[in-house]
Ligand binder design. Structure first.
Ligand SMILES: Nc1nc2c(ncn2[C@@H]2O[C@H](COP(=O)(O)OP(=O)(O)OP(=O)(O)O)[C@@H](O)[C@H]2O)c(=O)[nH]1
Ligand SMILES: [Mg+2]
Ligand SMILES: [Zn+2]
Length: 383
């Protein structure tokens, strides 16, 4: 008996007839579940040996990789939502028809809101060295947003073919001072990809980054059978409801799962002002070494502040802090019922209050919005 076979048989997952998998896509009330590989031995020889040892209808061809599942009504009654990324138990598999029913969901390790994905292990943040121009403010906004999920961040710079070796080295040094260890890749020159594969294997990663940096191109390269739309599509269009609702985890040939997200250029900054400093590695480091005089220090001009000082992104921190304060004030006003002002976000966190045109209840709803809302209701009903 081969040692692989012995391992497989020793595995409790395999012996106990339980069938487990990961939800890779959700559409209306159907869930695409990728089965754990142990239960789906691809190795032909191993499969044949197993079949002789313990005849099991599952070992008779064809054994699909994934099953299209419904959710048990018991789960529905419990209000148990099933998300992409969830680890689920499957009952009554119909191997011929490729169907099954989800009967249990494991507790989640993490849960992202936008995109809605459970058990994400890390965020792969992609920025281009050029085209679009690499802007430290925009990069920081994305980093702060990613940091606020408290998930590890894997920072990747694409399109290195468009800049000189010197320029790349300067950026590398700069980003390291911010507290990150970036990976540099070029799809056109096929460089840096191995290092990136290593960081993605055996994990669930979610790709984020502005429009046009090459996120879809990268996924198309990593997952040969997928053909995501590349280029030309403007960020605005790809931000539509369709793309955000139909989140899919792609199976990486070298192991691991990866989700694309539509690119957008300015993530919302909705964090609490006093949390902002936690989202900069530079401040985290300073606050680990010493504490500010006041425990509620926002690190602006308070006496005895250990954060204020000579570090590159401090100016960006201050701009974002003003925005976070304005956001907080808007939330406070809203909760006090002063809803006749709305917060308008201009370029780079420049915020102003503007009167709302009409009270919300009288505002005319466009036909498109109506249809959209109807679709949401229908989808939710199906859920
Ligand atoms: N020079 C260069 N161009 C690249 C590279 N990778 C991708 N591109 C180009 O960048 C453009 C945008 O690529 P996409 O993959 O659509 O970018 P995206 O990040 O998915 O954009 P959104 O879907 O709008 O968020 C395309 O024209 C690609 O051909 C690269 O390594 N070098
Ligand atoms: Mg894309
Ligand atoms: Zn301080």
């Amino acid at each position: 008996m081969s040692s692989d076979l012995q391992n497989s048989l020793a595995s409790p997952d395999f012996q106990s007839e339980e069938l487990w998998g990961t939800v890779v896509a959700v559409q209306a009330n159907y869930y695409q579940v990728k089965l754990d590989s142990k239960q789906n031995p691809e190795d032909k020889e191993l499969k044949n040996q197993l079949q002789n040892l313990m005849p099991d209808p599952r070992n008779l061809e064809p054994m699909p990789d994934a099953l299209l599942c419904t959710r048990r009504s018991r789960l529905k009654k419990l209000g148990q939502r099933v998300m992409v990324g969830d680890r689920v138990k499957i009952e009554e598999p119909d191997w011929q028809g490729g169907r099954g029913a989800i009967s249990a969901v494991l507790p989640r390790k993490s849960e992202l809101d936008r995109p809605p994905i459970a058990n994400t292990d890390q965020i792969l943040l992609v920025f281009a060295m050029s085209e679009p121009t690499l802007d430290p403010h925009q990069l920081t906004r994305f980093l702060v947003k990613a940091e606020s999920s408290y998930l590890p961040i894997c920072l990747c710079f694409s399109k290195t073919d468009l800049v000189s070796v010197e320029e790349q080295a300067q950026w590398e040094q700069r980003i390291q001072q911010w507290g990150y260890q970036p990976t540099f890749i070029s799809l056109h020159q096929q460089t840096g990809l191995e290092a990136l594969f290593d960081q993605l294997s055996d994990r669930i990663s979610v790709v984020a980054g502005p429009s046009g940096v090459g996120k879809s191109s990268l996924i198309n390269h990593l997952v040969p059978l997928v053909k995501l739309r590349v280029g030309k599509v403007s960020g605005k269009l790809t931000r539509g409801r369709h793309t955000t609702r139909h989140i899919e985890l792609f199976d990486l040939p070298a192991g691991g799962l990866l989700a694309d997200t539509p690119g957008f250029n300015q993530p919302d900054l909705d964090c609490h002002p006093k949390d902002l400093a936690n989202y900069f590695p530079e401040t985290r480091q300073r606050l680990a070494d010493a504490s500010c005089q006041f425990s509620d220090c926002l690190h602006q001009d308070e006496p005895g502040c250990v954060v204020r000082g000579n570090w590159e992104r401090y100016e960006i921190y201050l701009v974002m802090l003003q925005e976070a304060i304005a956001h907080q004030q808007a939330c406070d006003r809203q909760s006090r019922g002063e809803t006749n002002l709305k917060l308008k976000n201009h370029h780079r966190g420049n915020l102003t209050y503007e009167p709302k045109l009409e009270p919300k209840k009288y505002r005319q709803i466009s036909r498109r919005t109506q249809q959209h809302q109807l679709q949401i209701l229908q989808d939710d009903e199906l859920d």
